[in-house]
Design a protein around this ligand. Sequence first.
Ligand code: FES
Length: 226
Amino acid sequence: MDSPVNRTEPDETQAVPTEVPATTQAATRVAPGAASATSTPTERVARGFTKSAAKPAGMVIETAPDPPVNKMRRRIVWATVAGFLTTCFLMFLRFFLPRAIFEPSSVFRIGFPSDYGIGVDTKWQQQYRIWVDKTSDRVFVIYARCTHLGCTPDWRPSENKFKCPCHGSGYDSEGVNFEGPAPRPMDRAEVKLDAEGQIVVNTAKLYKAPKGERNEFNDDGAFLQL
Ligand code: FES
């Protein structure tokens, strides 16, 4: 039996170490140089810390701000997405724009009849796909399109003829076919004189001379009388 002198009772005033939950340790752990337990909310916000929305009552969970690398990565991703969407939107708009507005006009001026010498002038071939042909009594404009399958023939001054590079059709200096598979002479565009006396060409109005049908090359508008 223990003597009353040797028996020791727990001292209620003595501190007893208790186990602290891990979540409480995380909340109370303070990084070196970071907010201390005595920091005010304003001081913690000034250091870049934020409060978590999901927290037990009475507990403040502070998270460190994103590192600069993460911010930069996020900006790059957003910029890429925005660029992709903008490109898609522009392609969508372009799809509905009519391409015809970029085509050259079919009506244009090519100067005065006196600007041209006798024979074939090819200076408008690239821009308007025409040749100006002048004889002793008239000026007319040949539309530079082979009547076989639509290629553009070459003018060969040394041979005084047009030659189609696709299948070999040949045309004389007035565009009349004489060899190869071309079924008819090359068409002629409408020509008129404006108030100043300049030649106005309209390639939307063509005159034809199909074999066995009426020849339109002598119609009004198919040539200019000199
Ligand atoms: S397209 Fe000119 S000969 Fe065939």
